[in-house]
Design a binder for this molecule. Structure first.
Ligand code: GAL
Length: 874
């Protein structure tokens, strides 16, 4: 047991496995010294970053000692550490008595690069220009009670994600490591732990040219100390499946791997009870609904033993995506007992549902065809960087769901574990993806360097960690893998897919194919044909490969693992506007990009040569209805990959939502298609163009209606009806004159929705609003504060770019970062001053841990009336 237990870092949602909330779950006597505890150790670390390694260590020098950390996830030969001590005994930071008081004191999750400036030497625009590179050393003192050490319990370090090449020491001794920065890993501290103070040390290293996007840097996810009886449920040691599901009952199979870290054989009794899961606490609620009959097995010392059992749940409440289904969840509570005393209790949230992959109907969830309205997303959380924050991730998903987005591809790497908890709870379908490269590189120092030794342990541990989540509907073993179209791709793809099938036979496997063709060796292998861009036709081509793949593989499901890649800057309109519904972005007239401002027009018609606008994607999806749906590149903007300004900007233009979280215009186009029942209409552009009087200024309307009438200065510009493959209505010959535009949309001849813009007057004030005005005072929960530059009537100034200064004028609040969604803005994210972009700016605020009361956030700008919002920390 820890002497000082750190505060749980995401409030209500953090879970320890110590104790259950329902009395009925506990029947046997429990011993405080033998049952499991899972404690956050996020608080109070010391950290130092070095651009150049301050030591002679590297992954290469430590590799033979790190490889045994993979052993639990290797089916064949295991690694043995060399007999001699690992390098590092001479490195001062590893020594328990090293004085780290001069190092930065911080709490995890931590991203060392996100607070930096956008000019890190050697870090190109693709990686977001922030200082991700170098060596980071983390140190923390763990105080362990005598009682814990004397009890002989196993003591584990669980790291949800550390970027990257983690190497870990305890009390000066090398423990192990894990190179892939996106995977979660466990290391056994037991042999090195002692009572009293223990010095935990973690070394990370990020190379230049290691990624195609912003990877983040540091221990950027949660870290836990797990203590358990020597006989316990092994790491990622449960697998719950529901092989048969009907309205009357569902079969629930529970496979458990028991580990005995002790020396002698134990007779272990295992029982699993099934409960409904309370979605907020993620704990069991109510009485147990079913029991997997208790069994007894002998588990030899220093070994593992698999135990399989089964039960049935009557009248199951199924998991499925809204709006047609509900994301009900269950939880399996498995207890291990020896001689009648409980020694471990382990909780596995799961869902009861079926998923089928139909080559003609697409995804069938619980028998219902559910078209995939998906987006791809990287892992960063905008100005918070890669440092995981529950509320920020939840907000990302909620905004996507408001658009009608029902699925998400975790491009191109395993997400934070809590991301999947949120997806389960909110009913978001997930394509869980692991790799962007295999043996061939995309950039010099990417995963290909270690693919040979790590693909198996990474893939097995990834699937074992995630396979109980009902939200996951498919595994993806890669994205645009360079070897996809040659024989290596076929061989490697088969190895990886076989591993996925072995770890989880219930789900199919996919991959993002951009060059593989029908008949390519890998295409023959893969379960689900995942196409990146080729389905809709790349660039200005309309030649779709959907029919060729469908003909060649009539028994495989096809979906667009990546579509669109439309580029746009929120609120920016560049003239002339192209007359096609999709065209290649460029600097020429009508091509949508402005090299001077480095912005891209928000009409949503422009994409790089390999990509297309969403309108074109919709048309091709509708013309090929057997395609199961799409994952748009991307739902949210992300740091890095600022195409078409890769050499100058800091963040992407691909998002439907910008980096700050403000929806771009295209958001409403997706919403009109994905939520056809929602009465909505969106009119673009704004109507404040002092330089365009008398000039042609096209007006486009996104609406879930089927017809609309546009009024320019209250005079009808005509009523238009959508044709078969029209997804927007456009009036391309409107001449601008100040005043107003208004649209009235109709559906089935009846008035359905409207929108309007007026020509604004000059800016007079700042209007400050919060997404949530009550937040938990736990140092983790966030309020997202929007500031709009407005005129005397409260209209947002479309071109507003005033410098805004945010402050906490009273109360226990803290501004963590600011943003405006402008991909060219090089002001560091922690700055409290930032220009508005297209009239808006954002500040992210949290309440100090343990605080309560009012927090007043103020925004000021020269010449404007200041604004404020009052938050309550509770
Ligand atoms: C795809 C790639 C994505 C991203 C995207 C940008 O080819 O898979 O990771 O780079 O292009 O359009």
């Amino acid at each position: 047991m820890l002497v000082s237990q750190d505060l749980l870092l995401y409030g209500l949602l953090a879970s320890t496995n110590f104790g259950l909330t329902t009395a009925s779950a506990i029947k046997r006597p429990r011993s405080a010294t033998t049952t499991r505890e899972r404690t956050s150790i996020n608080a109070d670390w010391r950290f130092e970053r070095f651009v150049d390694a301050p030591d002679s260590l590297s992954y290469e020098t430590l590799r033979p000692w790190i490889l045994p950390s993979a052993n639990n996830f290797l089916n064949g030969d295991k690694y043995e550490a060399p007999g001699e001590e690992a390098p590092g005994s001479d490195v001062e930071f590893i020594q328990p008595d090293f004085d780290d008081q001069g190092w930065e004191q911080l709490d995890l999750p931590h991203d060392w690069a996100i607070t930096g400036t956008f000019d890190a030497p050697g870090v190109e625009g693709g990686l977001g220009r922030l200082p991700i590179n170098g060596v980071g050393w983390y140190r923390k003192t763990l105080s362990l009670e005598d009682e814990l050490i004397a009890s002989g319990k196993s003591i584990f370090l669980d790291v949800d994600g550390a970027m990257s090449y983690a190497a870990v020491w305890l009390n000066g001794k090398f423990v192990g490591g894990w190179p892939f920065g996106y995977n979660s890993f466990r290391l056994d501290l037991t042999p090195f732990a002692k009572s009293g103070e223990n010095q935990l040390v973690i070394r990370l290293e990020n190379l230049l040219d290691s990624s195609r996007w912003y990877p983040g840097a540091g221990i950027y996810r949660n870290v836990w100390l797990v203590t358990a009886s020597p006989v316990h449920v092994a790491h990622f040691g449960t697998y719950v499946t529901t092989p048969s599901v009907s309205a009357d009952e569902a079969t629930v199979d529970v496979a458990i791997e028991i580990e005995n870290a002790g020396n002698s054989t134990s007779q272990v009794e295992i029982e699993t009870k099934i409960y409904e899961l309370d979605p907020t606490s993620r704990k069991p609620t109510g009485d147990s609904l079913a029991t997997v009959k208790s069994t007894r097995v002998a588990v030899e010392g220093k070994s593992k033993q698999a135990v399989n059992g089964s039960t049935t749940v009557a009248n199951p409440k199924l998991w499925g995506p809204p709006p047609s289904q509900k994301p009900n969840e269950y939880i399996a509570v498995s207890t291990l007992s020896i001689n009648g005393t409980e020694v471990d209790s382990y909780e596995t949230p799961f869902g009861i549902r079926t998923v089928q992959y139909d080559p003609l109907k697409g995804i069938l969830l619980n028998g219902e065809p559910v078209r995939v309205y998906g987006t791809c997303n990287h892992h960063d959380l905008g100005s918070l960087g890669a440092a995981f924050n529950y509320r920020a991730a939840e907000r990302q998903i909620q905004m996507l769901q408001d658009m009608g987005n029902n699925a998400l591809r975790t491009s191109h790497n395993p997400p934070a574990p809590e991301f999947l908890d949120i997806a389960d709870r909110l009913g978001l379908m997930v394509q869980d993806e692991i790799f962007d490269t295999w043996s061939f590189p995309k950039v010099k120092n990417d995963f290909h360097r270690i693919f040979k030794e790590w693909h198996e342990p990474d893939l097995r541990s990834f699937i074992r960690r995630d396979r109980n989540h009902p939200s996951i509907i498919a595994w993806s073993i890669g994205n645009e893998i360079p070897e996809q179209a040659n024989s290596t791709g076929g061989e490697t793809g088969k190895i990886l897919q076989d591993i996925a099938h072995a770890e989880d036979p219930t789900r199919q496997v996919t991959n993002g194919l951009n060059t593989a063709k029908p008949g390519s060796p890998f295409t023959d292998v893969i379960d689900i044909i995942g196409l990146n861009y080729q389905g809709e036709g790349k660039g200005n081509s309309w030649v779709s490969t959907f029919p060729d793949f469908q003909k060649a593989y009539p028994n495989k499901m096809i979906w667009s693992t990546e579509s669109a890649s439309t580029v746009a800057s929120r609120g920016i309109y560049i003239f002339p506007v192209h007359s096609n519904i999709s065209t290649i972005v460029g600097a020429g007239p009508g091509e949508g990009a402005d090299p001077e401002t480095q912005q891209v027009s928000a009409y949503g018609l422009y994409a790089p040569p390999w990509a297309a606008s969403q309108d074109k994607v919709f048309e091709q999806q509708d013309k090929h209805p057997y395609v199961a749906g799409e994952f748009v590149w991307t739902g949210w903007d992300y740091i890095g990959e600022p195409t078409p300004y890769d050499n100058s900007s800091r963040s992407s233009y691909f998002g439907i939502i910008d980096l700050a979280g403000f929806p771009k215009e295209r958001y409403y186009l997706y919403q009109s298609r994905w939520r056809p029942e929602l009465a909505q209409a969106k009119l673009i552009p704004h109507w404040t163009w002092p330089d365009r009087v008398g000039k042609v200024t096209p007006v486009h309307v996104f609406t879930s209606g089927d017809e609309a009438e546009l009024f320019v200065n209250d005079v009808s510009a005509g009523r238009k009806k959508k044709g078969q493959y029209d997804y927007r209505l456009r009036w391309d010959n409107v001449t601008y004159s100040p005043g107003s535009i208004r649209v009235v949309a109709y559906k089935d001849g009846k008035e359905w929705a409207s929108d309007s813009h007026v020509t604004v007057s000059e800016a007079t004030a700042l209007n400050v609003t919060a997404d949530r005005t009550t937040i938990r005072g736990d140092g983790q929960d966030l309020s997202f504060i929007t500031v709009a530059v407005v005129d005397k009537d409260g209209n947002t100034i479309p071109q507003g770019d005033n410098e805004i200064t945010f402050s906490v004028s009273s109360g226990p609040g803290k501004i963590i970062s600011t943003d405006n969604g402008d991909a060219t803005d090089m002001v560091p994210f922690p700055s409290h001053s930032r220009k508005a972009f297209s009239g808006l700016a954002l500040a992210i605020v949290k309440a100090e841990a343990g605080s309560q009361g009012e927090i007043v956030i103020e925004a000021k700008a020269d010449g404007l009336t200041a604004g404020k919002v009052v938050l309550t920390a509770s």
